[in-house]
Structures are given as C-alpha cells and as structure tokens.
Design a protein around this ligand. Structure first.
Ligand code: NAD
Length: 250
C-alpha cells in the first residue's frame, strides 16, 4: 500500500548522502510522493532528487534566509500546485561546552535548526490552509529532552528544545485548519552529522546507553516521518515521537 500517493512533500537538508532527510525522501518517493529536495548546494539537491527517480525536484535553499524559503516554496507551488507535507530536517550541530559557545556559534546553530523551521513552515502555511490539510514534521532530538549527552552542545539542545515548543504551539494554532504539526526526536543515528567526529571511546559510551544496543539507521527515522506525514497519523498533532532504541524511556 502506498501511503503518499498523489501527495507532494518538501524536505529540507535532504541532499546529504547518508542523512535522515535523504532516507526520508527515498521512502516518501517509494510511497508515491513527489519530493522537493531542498539543500544549500543546488547541484547536490538536484542530484539527490534525480536519484529518487523521475518527477522530483531539487532546489537550493538556505533555510536561515526567509526570502529563499519563500522562493523555494513558490517554485514548488508553481510546479505542483500543492504542498501536502513539509519535513523540517535541515540541521547542524557543534560539540561545544557552555563557556565555549561564541555568539557566532549560537547564531549558526539556532538559526539553521530553529529559525529555519519557523521560516519554512511560515512559507508553507498559506497553501496548506487553503487546502484545509497538511502535515509538518520537525526534526528535534533526544538532546532536547535530556540536555545533550551525545554530541551537540547546550546551544544545540536549546535549539532542538525550541523546536518542540514551536511544534506544539504551531500544532495548536493550525489544528482548526486541518494542518498537523509533529516532531521526531531521534537518538544516536549513524549519519554524517557525527561521522568521524566521535572517538571510539565516546561511541562505545553512547552505545552502552542504548537498550537496543545499536545506533539508529536513517531508515528508522524515515519510517517515523512516513507515519507522521501520512493519514496513518490523522489524529496526531503536537506530538513528539522518540526514535532512539530506548535510550530515553520516560
Ligand atoms: P546531515 O549532516 O547528514 O544532514 C543535514 C543536512 O542539512 C545537510 O545536507 C546540510 O547540507 C543541510 N543543511 C545544513 N544547513 C542548512 C541550511 N542552512 N539550509 C538548508 N540545508 C542545510 O545530518 P543528519 O544526521 O541527517 O541530520 C538531519 C536532522 O536530524 C538534523 O536536524 C539533526 O539535527 C537531526 N538529528 C540527527 C541525529 C543523528 O544522530 N544523526 C539525532 C538527532 C537529531
């Protein structure tokens, strides 16, 4: 059964080869969606879209720039006339301690994760409201819930916790319009965001804290995104779904 037949989806930060956005794009495409891959580099976004098969599109979009967000959404609407799903996946992290966070670190991490989620959602809301339906999926993190402890610094935890608050407030405001907004909190997932940046010791320590005993796979997160994007989750809004192998059972 194809869960997104005839639907269109925008996924930010979806060009990264081993990333959560890319895996989500692949699963959405396999379920019949037309996918717009947005990322910083146009060539990478176009290549990722082409790798999904025909009928998808790749666009350059820095989610920290409101004009670029509006322009990318306008391009998708021009081409496809509708946006059913937005996955706010673009994110960066930095392994800093409190006193190491310089103003530019704060700005970079807060802007991509939190400001970008707001701008992209703002850009999509009018079309979703007109359609009377839509699903927004925001990528938070277990770091928001437990105050880091894997890789990202306090500013990353704050940005991802901000995404949870934003998700819930937007869910409340947009529910009467038929637009659902949910968040995913991935735990430790093997992607390039941490690749080569954790020592063997650090990695072993992280794995020791995961009851399922393994790192997550990008496809583990994609499956959750598909659930939240599709009608299977029709009565879910304002939720935060943990995808962490049991590393935060609460
Ligand atoms: P990744 O580094 O593989 O992919 C992130 C993508 O975002 C890249 O393609 C990058 O180019 C893009 N990007 C960065 N800044 C951007 C900007 N300003 N505008 C548009 N795109 C931008 O990372 P990933 O592991 O796939 O992470 C995806 C999301 O999941 C992030 O929000 C991350 O914080 C979150 N997350 C990841 C993990 C994990 O363990 N991998 C855990 C929890 C949450």
């Amino acid at each position: 059964m194809k869960l997104l037949d005839g639907r269109t989806a925008i996924i930010t930060g979806a060009a990264s080869q081993r990333g959560l956005g890319r895996a989500t794009a692949e699963l959405f495409a396999a379920h019949g969606a037309r996918v717009a891959v947005l990322d910083l580099d146009l060539g990478a976004a176009e290549a990722a879209a082409a790798a999904l098969g025909g009928g998808h599109m790749g666009l350059a979009c820095d989610v920290t720039d409101k004009d670029q967000c509006d322009a990318a959404v306008a391009r998708v609407l021009d081409a496809w006339g509708r946006i059913d799903v937005l996955v706010n996946n673009a994110g960066i992290t930095q392994p800093l301690r409190i006193l190491e966070i310089a103003p530019e670190n704060y700005d970079a991490v807060l802007d991509v994760n939190l400001r970008g989620t707001l701008y992209m959602t703002q850009a999509c809301i009018p079309a979703m409201r007109d359609a009377g339906s839509g699903s927004v999926v925001n990528m938070s993190s277990v770091s928001a819930q437990r105050g880091g402890g894997i890789f990202g610094g306090p500013h990353y935890s704050a940005a991802k916790a901000g995404i949870l608050g934003l998700t819930k407030a937007m869910a409340r405001e947009l529910a009467p319009d038929g637009v659902r907004v949910n968040a995913i909190c991935p735990g430790f997932i093997d992607t390039d965001i941490t690749a080569g940046k954790l020592s063997d010791d650090q990695r072993a320590q992280v794995l020791a804290g995961i009851p399922m005993g393994r790192a997550g796979r990008a496809s583990d997160v994609a499956g959750c995104a598909l659930f939240l994007a599709s009608d299977l989750s029709a009565y879910c809004t304002g939720t935060e779904v943990d995808v962490n192998g049991g590393s935060l059972i609460h």
